[in-house]
Design a protein around this ligand. Sequence first.
Ligand code: ZN
Length: 243
Amino acid sequence: MRLQMCGVKAEQKSDSIFNLFTHTLNDVIHDLFEHYSSITKIIRILAYCQRFIKNCKKIKSSQGSLIGSSHSNTTPLTFSETKTTEVTIIRWVQGIHFQEEIKNIKKQTFLPPKSALRSLHPFIEEHGLVRVGGRLQNSQLRFNSKHPIILPSQHTISELLIKEQHIAHLHAGPTLLAHVLRQSHWIVGGRTLINKCIRKCLKCNNLKYPPLHTTDGQSAKTSCYARETFLQLRYRLCWSCTD
Ligand SMILES: [Zn+2]
């Protein structure tokens, strides 16, 4: 009897865990963006969370037997898992910022005249992502290049993506960075955001403004002190490129 009670309690507890995860997935993504400044890290954390839920469901379906737990996946994340998580995150972001546009696309009606996506002829693909339409269907380009994923410049994801690509391409300038990003993502108002992100980059700023050179000892000391203070202030304002 006691065992039965324990079993019921355990089942109720596991149910509440599943409800917690299914009902607060959006909150989890929101919190991840609040706490982490790397898009790769956010994707990996969420991918592990989703795997954990999947493993729990496997255990639940096998009624908590040891056979079920032995099937739990504990290997490193696969490409498919990270890709699925990335799609989940982008779909969530698009759902917040392009709510009206998505409704119009689903109804197959015209987008509102003020919509920033109107000129992009967007469509929703099989995974539920909003992509750029256009006249490149017959070109030899890859699908991602022909139809990049549309992202809003207002959300942190765009800034994190720009930051990641800027560092991955050895602190690329705005033109190269825009070209690289458009191979897979189309950030609405992206050029302004790219310039803003590059201006915030500490390494690029240090290259742009080399150390001061003075001959007089006293003035050199003063200049160095002023530069150090300025750099310390800028460290607080800018995101670091050292990670
Ligand atoms: Zn840089």
